[in-house]
Design a protein around this ligand. Structure first.
Ligand SMILES: Nc1nc2c(ncn2[C@@H]2O[C@H](COP(=O)(O)OP(=O)(O)OP(=O)(O)O)[C@@H](O)[C@H]2O)c(=O)[nH]1
Ligand SMILES: [Mg+2]
Length: 216
């Protein structure tokens, strides 16, 4: 039996994805309203998760640029839907985080509502990458986000972040626990990728997964 934990990508796929993500990438726009989105004319993948989980850093890691998406230690940094165009072929969408944010409750909920509306109603959204901090695992707010995605039938995949902060056997355990927790969720893609934007762990596999999702 194949191990569902192991990513199943050929060397050719990994190399093709590396080449794709080495192509030019640019910040296209930030949207603050659903009627201000770019046209739904290219495949998109979005990065969602709690504030401070590492969404902006992961986008930077994937494209090999340190400062493309604004990352910060201050939770609630990303406040708009930020669209990054890669290779003129697909878009990476950085979402505002849910959970704690160092802005007023009404400001935070305004951007969280925008994120929710986007996830529910974007026809060209191929998949949501739902980021979970390796040190913390799934929390109640993450389960609520998954409930919403399951109900809307929006395909999502769990990506563990900051895997450099814990030991490899602990990472394996979080991966196994997470797979168990999502087993019965209808819209969850049954594979979990552990990543570190800092050390590059898991990024080649995630690039290959995004390429498959958007361009095959
Ligand atoms: N050690 C380590 N730190 C990371 C990693 N990814 C992100 N961080 C740190 O975590 C903090 C938050 O990262 P961001 O990428 O801004 O997180 P975010 O999810 O975009 O946050 P919001 O926009 O506020 O929702 C920053 O201080 C990053 O340097 C990682 O893989 N390893
Ligand atoms: Mg951010």
């Amino acid at each position: 039996m194949t191990d569902p934990i192991e990513p199943l990508y050929t060397d050719e796929e990994i190399e093709a994805a590396r080449v794709l993500f080495a192509q030019p990438v640019s910040f296209m726009m930030g949207a603050v309203r659903m009627d201000g989105l770019p046209p739904a004319d290219l495949p998109e993948v979005a990065f969602a998760g709690r504030s401070n989980v590492g969404k902006s850093s992961l986008i930077n890691g994937l494209v090999g640029q340190k400062y493309l998406a604004r990352a910060s230690n201050e939770p609630g940094r990303t406040r708009e839907l930020n669209f990054f165009l890669l290779a003129e072929q697909l878009r990476l969408v950085d979402l505002p985080g849910y959970g704690f944010a160092r802005v007023s409750r009404s400001t935070a909920s305004k951007f969280q509502d925008l994120g929710r509306q986007f996830l529910r109603g974007r026809p060209n959204l191929k998949r949501v990458y739902l980021l979970i901090d390796s040190r913390h695992g799934l929390k109640k707010v993450d389960a609520e986000a998954m409930d919403a995605l399951d109900i809307s039938a929006v395909s999502y995949q769990i990506v563990l972040t900051k895997a450099d902060k814990i030991k490899p056997p602990e990472v394996d355990k979080v991966v196994a626990d997470t797979l168990k927790a999502i087993a019965k969720r209808p819209a969850a893609f049954p594979r979990v990728i552990a990543t570190s934007s800092e050390k590059g762990l898991g990024l080649p596999e995630l690039r290959a997964e995004i390429q498959r999702t958007c361009l095959s």
